[in-house]
Design a protein around this ligand. Structure first.
Ligand SMILES: Nc1ncnc2c1ncn2[C@@H]1O[C@H](COP(=O)(O)OP(=O)(O)OP(=O)(O)O)[C@@H](O)[C@H]1O
Ligand code: SF4
Ligand SMILES: [Mg+2]
Length: 352
């Protein structure tokens, strides 16, 4: 973990610092039936920083802990252990009363706009909701301005969410998130429920808002190409842990961790001349109720190098991308490199 931290601490002016953060759920149902209480390790010892004005992406398969990590950062879940510092304040265990003034600086945009927007409220009231909740004076012109920033016509103001399309509803979610001029917006799969053409429009809107308003983004997505388009840096999650972190374009162009290589290989190529084989991972992601020992990816890793992978948790090693990856292949002396032609890392079906 120390190594993760050393590499991460090089960031300047961090808005958010997450250190060794874990969120474990205790499954009480098991206890009712007389069994041992089971612990689900949804997020395990995650460390990273996000600089002011930066866009930072989180990618990983379904169930890898992305939403739980985001919700823990926003204190919508109580962290099990670790530390969250936001705007220089340690908010990990801050009582709700003291957290409240800081909450306005961190807003969330959700995937499912049907459940995240109150169906009984008109759009004007949904957009103004955060201002009302935080007892901030506002006018109709302020709401109009927020609608405008989110690219929504004022004709929608008197409508209800069900009268809008999915893309329009997501714009309402964005307008609402902008209401308090937040420093940080956490967008959890903001486009994955939308048609591909609408996805690009919403991502472009977020990009414009980021550059015009200097908002810091934590963007969660399944698709590493979405994150590469939008984010300067990316963290790849697997089974509750970050396994690789680095500048998005470099990670996408030259992934170091075998799991990242598999994710990248699944992205369709627009250039037919570029050759890359799809890496098909065998088996399911293991249960976070009984995560594997050693490297969390060892049960599916196509280039596992031996007992060390199942016995010893790999530390973070620096990568050519300027980030780090937690894989024994990167240990000095293994002969592995970040080159796709490395003898230890081959491309091809079933291999990384
Ligand atoms: N409130 C909860 N109680 C118990 N387990 C939970 C809870 N919330 C999430 N989990 C479990 O934690 C793990 C991580 O879930 P999470 O929703 O964070 O993953 P995710 O990466 O966001 O997945 P997806 O891409 O499908 O949204 C999963 O095994 C999930 O079942
Ligand atoms: S540590 Fe071993 S099992 Fe884990 S990703 Fe690296 S090579 Fe694969
Ligand atoms: Mg999720």
């Amino acid at each position: 973990m120390l190594q993760h931290r050393c590499i991460e601490m090089s960031q300047v002016d961090p808005l958010l610092q997450v250190t060794d953060l874990s969120k474990h759920f205790s499954l009480r149902k098991e206890r009712l039936w007389g069994g041992e209480p089971q612990v689900l390790r949804a997020v395990d010892n995650v460390t990273f920083e996000i600089g002011r004005g930066e866009s930072f992406g989180l990618v990983g398969e379904s169930g890898s802990g992305k939403s739980t990590l985001a919700r823990s950062i926003l204190r919508l879940h109580e962290p099990t252990s670790g530390r969250i510092v936001f705007r220089g304040t340690d908010i990990t265990h801050l009582p709700e009363r003291d957290l409240r003034p800081l909450r306005r600086h961190m807003q969330m945009v959700f995937q499912d706009t049907k459940s995240s927007l109150n169906p009984r409220l008109r759009i004007r009231d949904i957009v103004a909701e955060p201002l009302v909740t935080h007892k901030l004076p506002h006018s109709a012109a302020d709401v109009n301005e927020l609608m405008d920033k989110a690219g929504l016509s004022e004709v929608f103001l008197d409508r209800f969410p069900h009268q809008l399309s999915g893309g329009q509803r997501q714009r309402v979610g964005i307008a609402r998130a902008l209401a308090l001029s937040p420093d940080l917006i956490v967008a959890d799969e903001p486009v994955s429920a939308l048609d591909v053409s609408i996805q690009a429009q919403i991502l472009n809107l977020l990009k414009v808002l980021q550059s015009e308003m200097g908002i810091t983004f934590l963007l969660i997505a399944h698709d590493i190409s979405v994150v590469t388009y939008f984010c300067q840096r990316v963290a790849v999650m697997y089974l509750g842990q970050v396994v690789e972190l680095g500048p998005s374009r470099e990670v996408m162009g030259n992934p170091s961790h075998p799991y990242t290589r598999a994710l990248v290989s699944a992205v369709p190529r627009t250039d037919p001349r570029s050759r890359r084989s799809r890496i098909v991972l065998r088996g399911e992601i293991p249960s976070p109720l009984s995560p594997p020992t050693g490297c969390p990816f060892h049960t599916r890793c196509p280039v596992k190098i031996g007992p060390i992978c199942s016995e010893v948790a790999p530390p973070a090693y620096p990568t050519a991308s300027g980030g780090w990856a937690a894989c024994h292949l990167l240990a000095p002396g293994t002969g592995a490199s970040n080159s796709a032609s490395s003898p230890l890392i081959q491309t091809g079906e079933g291999k990384v």
